[in-house]
Design a protein around this ligand. Structure first.
Ligand code: PLP
Length: 389
């Protein structure tokens, strides 16, 4: 396999050949363009949680290259880290930021989310003369998380607009069930948001950035005409929002997760593998491979995992350790130390997706890629590729 061209935001050197995530930035740009085309709206690229494990800086750059009008993160620390690394694009912070950080936020040209009157008052008192804080008002239309109740949103918008210290730039809400087949709950949220927007329009209070849809909302539901933007996370990485909302085949998963075979040994009947000896060799002998991935990399400490080597699906045996786990090499007699091992991705005719791991781990693909730990080197590649059928 040809070694990829690399740039790395964690360590400026090429792959060390150990446990690594290869991120195809061409796929991310392609996915973002598809989201924009399908929804007919500008895209705010959601790159919280280290871009769902894909590497925040490189994904931010890819999003800007793809024409995204802004970025969004959950936390202030994430936004600051992007600014330190030279990202000048607009960044919206979803979570609450402490009032004492407000002048810092203005200096860094970040945008905050406000969702309650006390927060608005607190921020106002921290903003110095002649300065303005960019805010988006967050409305709860049915998610039951952050956001002012839509009936109280008018009052909150009044409080924001009547103070010169605020630049009321945007308003948004968030879907709870856009990734489900039943469109009714999503339509109810859309209706609540739409009614609010109509009330604000009458008062001339509509901000210029209005957004509602996450990935599933952007791709599987009709957009409100008044919305100017969508906020896309999971689909920009080429991953399905859910099993009920499967991305069209033009989308490409951006991330492959790989490691290498570190050691091969033969164990004999009755010998045990790994902590607790929970796996015991039951054949006269067994070739066992030690691969460089463990729970500290985000590979879950459960039984029944599989990996691909030399185009064959191999079972992981024994307890997963912090840094290694063992595989049964019976079906791979030609294995060599240093062989590439695929945890997520394609090899030969076989593939393992983040969805496959999620299903096995009883979670969602979001948690799988977010769980790939900081130790795993991110390698950025450019590969124009069509998804195999
Ligand atoms: C994470 C998040 C998104 C992105 O959701 P996806 O399903 O990944 O597209 C959008 N908006 C808010 C407020 C979020 O927290």
């Amino acid at each position: 396999m040809q070694s990829p061209q690399t740039t790395n935001d964690l360590e400026p050197r090429a792959s060390t050949g150990e446990c690594r995530a290869e991120i195809n930035l061409a796929a991310i740009r392609n996915n973002l363009r598809l989201i924009s085309e399908t929804s007919g709206k500008s895209v705010i690229a959601v790159i919280k949680a280290n871009a769902y494990g894909h590497g925040a800086l490189a994904c931010a750059q890819a999003a800007i290259e793809a024409g995204c009008s802004g970025l969004a993160v959950a936390r202030l620390s994430e936004a600051l880290s992007l600014r330190y690394q030279g990202i000048t694009a607009p960044i919206l912070i979803f979570d609450r930021v402490p009032a004492k950080e407000v002048s810092w936020i203005i200096a860094q040209n970040l945008t905050v989310t406000v969702f309650d009157p006390a927060q608005v008052a607190e921020y106002a008192s921290e903003i110095g003369n002649g300065r303005k804080l960019k805010v988006h008002v967050k409305v709860d239309t049915g998610m039951g998380r952050l956001g002012v109740e839509s009936e109280q949103a008018d009052t909150l918008v009044d409080a924001v607009t009547k103070q010169k210290v605020f630049d009321f730039e945007g308003i948004y809400s968030h879907f709870a069930k856009a990734d489900e087949t039943d469109a009714a709950p999503t339509d109810r949220q859309k209706n609540r948001f739409s009614a609010l927007l109509n009330r604000l329009a009458v008062k001339g209070q509509l901000p210029h950035i209005i957004h509602l849809s996450n990935s599933a909302g952007a791709l599987f539901h009709q957009q409100l005409e008044r919305c100017t933007h969508v906020r896309a996370g999971i689909a920009m990485y080429g991953l399905n929002p859910s099993s009920e909302t499967v991305l069209p085949t033009e989308f490409q998963p951006a991330l492959c997760w790989k490691t290498e075979l570190a050691s091969i040994k033969t164990l004999y009947q009755g010998q045990q593998v790994s902590y607790g000896g929970r796996y015991q060799v039951s054949t006269p002998d067994l070739r066992v491979g030690v691969i460089m991935v463990g729970y500290a990399d985000g590979f879950r400490r459960t039984t029944g995992n599989h990996v691909i080597m030399r185009g064959r699906m191999l079972p992981v045996i024994g307890t997963i350790c912090m840094d290694q786990c063992m595989v049964d090499l019976s079906d791979c007699p030609d294995a060599q130390i240093g062989d590439e091992v695929t945890l997520i991705g394609h090899d030969g005719g076989l593939s393992l997706s983040a969805d496959d791991l999620a299903k096995h781990w009883n979670t969602i693909n979001y948690e799988v890629t977010c769980g790939i730990s900081a130790r795993v080197q991110r390698i950025f590649i450019e590969k124009q590729e069509r998804k195999p059928q």
